[in-house]
Ligand binder design. Structure first.
Ligand code: ASP
Length: 422
């Protein structure tokens, strides 16, 4: 695809989203009929994820020639993931304390009703501590059944396996030439497949967005949402906006001297796909394609930083978890001390790392945050009506954060640059 056609595609995707929202607002029932189109597009994307992650991580190691050369960039990537996630949480905490979206927004009677609803929904859970959360995170890296991990799109163990397996291949020389050649070829073929899929993106994205927004409009969820949680929505969006338009661009230009807004434009297809699918994992094929083809990030960096980032680097989710926890505390009239807010920050960071890259995963790990800081989990129903919408924005920020990461970490790969050609 030449450059002009790729830019057209971004425009078509953007136009598709605008049209989709307009249609959903004026004819919600009709809009909902497009659901099947959206589902097909989503399945096509998701179908690519497991083979792509395994092939790209393995092919990356094979390209490096020695797994030990992953040490420096690997460490750098982890530092990047953690730093940006913590920065996002800090932005979220500052915003929520400045705006105070929860203070006096919901009356006692509505609160009681919401808590009742929440109690009916949430199963009893054990006390969570930082220790048990960390233990859970470490265990997430390993599986006793690789096939099951693939079936459940459990990417972390697949990445761990791929690194070990490909690392071993690099020590076996000519004996495994056929396998290494095949892995590299499969990876190339999958990336070409994604290019083909992207031609469907405007239609697929139109269907996805119009069906979901139509459903919300038909339920009257928009009005309910704005009356109860308007300030909360604004706070989360302001925080996400700050992170995407100030923090990440500063980091990108500081480390790479790239123009951050041009980079944002180059990654826009991935960001818009993330908004439409609400899933970093489903968006991963598009993110990788955009970063290599349009962002000209080296293939080597993309192959490691993006698959891992899609699962553990979630700036948007972390920010949202921190804001949501404090919002709930404010709404039920609990004044959190500085120490408790610090606890929220730590658990929100860990909860975001633990969240899967699937729709509304953050809402589930939110319960861990509430639980750890001792807030009543049933009040999560307070933020439920808007979660599907905020999920889209935070996923877009998650994906943009991963992309910036691939550009930042790029420099730390030793050896000759591979130029980002596919
Ligand atoms: N949907 C988000 C993602 O896939 C995770 C979340 O915050 O719910 O990145």
């Amino acid at each position: 695809m030449d450059h002009a056609r790729k830019s057209h595609l971004t425009f078509y995707i953007f136009a598709a989203i605008v049209l989709a929202v307009v249609l959903a607002l004026i004819a919600p029932t009709f809009a909902m009929k497009f659901q099947i189109g959206g589902e097909i597009f989503l399945r096509l994307l998701k179908m690519m994820v497991v083979p792509l992650v395994m092939a790209s991580v393995m092919s990356g190691i094979i390209g490096l020639g020695d797994v030990r050369r992953l040490g420096r960039p690997g460490g750098f990537a982890v530092v990047y993931y953690l730093t940006t996630t913590v920065l996002a949480v800090v932005v979220g905490l500052v915003m929520v304390n400045l705006i105070d979206p929860g203070v006096g927004t919901v009356d006692q009677e509505t609160l009681e009703a919401l808590a009742e609803k929440g109690r009916a929904m949430i199963p009893e859970r054990e006390e969570a501590t930082i220790g048990t959360i960390l233990e859970g995170l470490v265990l997430m890296l390993f599986t006793d059944n690789l096939i099951l991990a693939a079936v459940e799109t459990d990417l972390l163990p697949l990445i761990v396996f791929s690194i070990i397996f490909a690392g071993m291949l690099t020590t076996m020389g000519e004996r495994v030439h056929a396998i290494t050649a095949m892995i590299v070829q499969i990876n190339d073929a999958l990336l070409s497949f994604i290019l083909l899929l992207m031609k469907l993106a405007p239609v697929g994205i139109f269907c996805l967005v119009t069906a979901r927004f139509g459903e919300a409009q038909a339920e009257g969820a928009f009005a309910e949402m704005l009356s109860q949680t308007g300030w909360y929505v604004l706070t989360v969006l302001a925080g996400l906006g700050f992170h995407a338009f100030v923090t990440l661009p500063l980091i990108l230009s500081f480390f790479t001297r790239r123009n951050p807004f041009r980079f944002m434009l180059q990654m826009s297809q991935a960001v818009l796909t993330a908004f439409s699918t609400a899933s970093s994992s489903a968006t991963l094929p598009v993110t990788m394609e955009c970063a290599v083809e349009r962002g000209r990030v080296s293939k080597r960096s993309v192959e490691f930083v993006l698959p891992l980032g899609a699962t553990i680097n979630m700036d948007g989710t972390a920010l949202y978890e921190a804001v949501a926890a404090i919002f709930i505390a404010q709404a039920i009239g609990i004044d959190l001390t500085f120490a408790q807010q610090l606890m929220v920050a730590v658990t929100a960071t860990l909860a975001a790392i633990g969240a899967a890259g699937i729709p509304e995963a953050g809402l589930v790990t939110m319960l861990i945050v509430l639980n750890t800081v001792g807030l009543p989990v049933e009040y999560v129903s307070l933020i439920l009506p808007v979660d599907w919408l905020l999920d889209r924005f935070r996923t877009a920020v998650n994906v943009f954060g991963d992309s910036v990461g691939s550009a930042v970490v790029e420099k730390s790969f030793a050896g000759p640059e591979d130029g980002g050609e596919m």
